[in-house]
Ligand binder design. Structure first.
Ligand SMILES: Nc1nc2c(ncn2[C@@H]2O[C@H](COP(=O)(O)OP(=O)(O)OP(=O)(O)O)[C@@H](O)[C@H]2O)c(=O)[nH]1
Ligand SMILES: O=C([O-])CC(=O)C(=O)O
Ligand SMILES: [Mn+2]
Length: 610
């Protein structure tokens, strides 16, 4: 640790463990602007982690769990519990390049505004410098980042979520590599002698991205995707802009390995919006005999073409930041086992009286007494959830008992199928096979889902969430669709088949029709068997669905009527859907590729609509 008692703040560089000129000058500039008391370069060492944990326990920010190994509970400020999409900006040089789905601000103006917010904002705090790599350090093109933050909670979370170790900085320095600059402050300077709060943050929040500069500036929030800048900010928003320039894809997708009873394996990727089932599907425990599932990633996939024309996916992350509520032994036993292995940080769950954590859906029995996420006494009669609906477990991927051996391949695994899906009570069948790449891109571009607690705002409203990337596309949505279509035209491309799934269709009593979770393996089996030419399908107007008898429901208490409801393509619902898609395409505007408008017209035709 470098103590800067008698600043000039250029001393930020006194003990710098690097000679990377760009990194050194950026760190010096940020220290001069933000005036921290100290600068600490994060190496990823065990001793450093332990010291930070002890400090945060002492400060009351973390509670050490007595029932779990190396695990901590944390409660955020009640106003800082989710991503803030309304305060998230894509500050491209031209407004047109941010497109109609992003908030835009001129980069100079945003930088001027935020520079004033950052001025002296780290006073009384330590400024941490965290060099990290997203994906493997031995990848053909290692993707470096450095996060500067004044939040030790963010440091501890980044140690789980990204690869942070001294080799990263050494290689980055040796090769004088480019890196994504990620600047974060909770925006809560301390006056001399002022007592800190357990979760410092600022009511003014900005999550700003400068795609041309490969830079992120975040201010005011300490939570999840707002603050752990390697995740949504870098690995999706900035990376999607890089991927557009370089001809690859940065997507909001899990990566899963499936092995059939014959021992043949395939890799698939699936995009569902936040809190719509990625982590659960990534760790699925199949209920059908003979099938094996292993996880590679639960949130983000970077896919590049290999020499063989296939798309190869890597998970750029190192940990999971999973939705806690609904995660239990009956729904996601592999997540529970991963958590049992220890090394977790839980945020906004409830605390049990004996020093463990609890959330709705974790166990069948509800504890008689808890401390809820807001620190209040809680009993089953309290009439409110004990854990916040967006409460999270932060857990190393290596903890997952079913992690695939290939998960750490520097250049990824070949993808045979892409699944899109969302949370829809109506309209969307359990599974649909799209007709070809362009039709698949159309289904992805019109993906729709009910909003969840993962972002602040109203929950349960249907919105278009293209490729589950609405809040994460770092540029114009029409250009993004064109990019997807162009990849399909690439010479020699061996493209994955595209499927659309919906686990969330409801019956007339508002109950989920499909049992979901481990039973989703039945849908995965149909998909893999389709690719192998072993399962039958019937054509509908919207794509191919399982032929009668071809979806394996053996052993499931499921009537033909229920199955029919799950798979139904209702023309009246689709009539309404097409109107909504027309509005959505109108919103995209001039950059909407004409192929997608053609797809919509073709679908209207197949549905027999005027
Ligand atoms: N009914 C039903 N609920 C599901 C299913 N899969 C997941 N869920 C629930 O949906 C919620 C979110 O699931 P996750 O797997 O955490 O979603 P995610 O896509 O990883 O979310 P983010 O981490 O926010 O991106 C949890 O409460 C799950 O219990 C399913 O197959 N059926
Ligand atoms: O980014 C976050 O805060 C949590 C998350 O994974 C999501 O919202 O998809
Ligand atoms: Mn997740």
């Amino acid at each position: 640790m470098t103590l800067l008692e008698n600043r000039p703040s250029t001393d930020a560089l006194a003990d710098a463990p690097t000679s990377h000129p760009g990194l050194l000058s950026w760190v010096r500039d940020v220290a001069r602007l933000t005036s921290p008391d100290r600068v600490q370069w994060v190496s990823g060492s065990t001793a450093e982690k332990k010291a930070l944990e002890d400090e945060l326990v002492e400060a009351g920010t973390l509670v050490r769990l007595t029932k779990q190994k190396d695990s901590f509970y944390c409660a955020s400020d009640p106003e800082d519990v989710a991503r803030v999409e309304g305060r998230t900006f894509i500050c491209s040089r031209n407004e047109r390049d941010a497109g109609p789905t992003n908030n835009w601000a001129a980069p100079d103006e945003m930088k001027a505004t935020m520079t004033e917010l950052y001025r002296d904002c780290m006073r009384g705090r330590t400024m941490f410098v965290i060099p990290f790599v997203m994906g493997h350090l031995d990848a053909d093109q290692p993707m470096y980042g450095v996060e500067i933050t004044d939040s030790p909670y963010v440091v501890l979370s980044m140690l789980i979520m990204a690869r942070v170790n001294s080799d990263v900085l050494a290689k980055m320095s040796r090769t004088n590599a480019d890196f994504v600059k990620c600047l974060h402050s909770v925006g809560a300077p301390l006056e001399p002698g002022e007592q800190d709060v357990v979760w410092p943050c600022n009511p003014t929040k900005y999550i700003s991205h400068f795609p041309e500069d490969r830079t992120v500036w975040s201010f005011g929030s300490g939570y999840g995707g707002n603050a752990l800048l390697g995740k949504k900010c870098y690995a999706l928003r900035i990376a999607s802009a890089i991927a557009h320039d370089e001809g690859w894809l940065a997507e909001h997708m899990l990566i899963l390995k499936l092995t059939n009873p014959e021992g043949e394996s395939k890799f698939i990727a699936a995009a569902f919006p936040s809190a719509c089932g990625k982590t659960n599907l990534a760790m699925i425990e199949p209920t059908i005999p003979g099938w094996k599932a292993e996880m590679l990633g639960d949130d983000i996939a970077w896919m590049r073409f290999g020499d063989d024309g296939q798309l190869y996916a890597v998970n750029p992350e190192f940990g999971m930041f999973g939705v806690a509520p609904g995660t239990g032994w009956s729904t996601n036993p592999n997540a529970m086992r991963a958590i049992e292995a220890g090394g977790n940080i839980f945020t906004n769950v409830a605390l049990t009286d004996d020093g463990d954590v609890w959330w709705e859906g974790m166990t069948d029995e509800t504890p008689e007494h808890l401390t809820d996420w807001r620190g209040n006494d809680w009993t089953p009669d309290s009439g409110r959830p004990a854990a916040h609906p967006n409460s999270r477990f932060c857990t190393p991927i290596e903890n997952v008992p079913v992690v695939a051996p290939e998960w750490d391949n520097p250049n990824g695994v070949p993808i045979s199928a892409i699944m899109f899906g969302g949370r829809r009570k109506t309209t969307m069948p359990l599974v649909t096979e799209t007709l070809d790449w362009a039709h698949g891109v159309f289904m992805g571009a019109t993906l729709s889902s009910e909003t969840t607690a993962a972002a602040t705002g109203q929950v349960g409203v249907v919105r278009r969430d293209p490729m589950a990337m609405l809040p994460f596309i770092g540029y114009d949505a029409g250009d993004y669709f064109a990019h997807w279509l162009a990849l399909g035209e690439r010479d020699g491309a061996v493209l994955p088949k595209i499927y659309y799934v919906n686990w969330f269709r409801r019956d007339e009593n508002n109950k989920f029709i499909w049992p979901g979770f481990g039973e989703n393996s039945r849908v995965l089996k149909w998909i893999v068997d389709r690719i192998d030419g072993k399962a039958d399908a019937v054509e509908t107007a919207i794509g191919r669905i399982p032929a009668p008898g071809s979806l394996d429901v053996a052993g499931l208490d499921f009537s033909d009527d229920e199955l029919a409801k799950c798979l139904a393509v209702d023309p009246a619902e689709w009539d309404a859907e097409l109107d909504d898609i027309a509005d959505w395409f109108a919103r995209i505007g001039d950059t909407l590729p004409s192929e997608l408008a053609d797809q919509r017209d073709a679908l209207r035709g197949r549905l027999g609509l005027e």
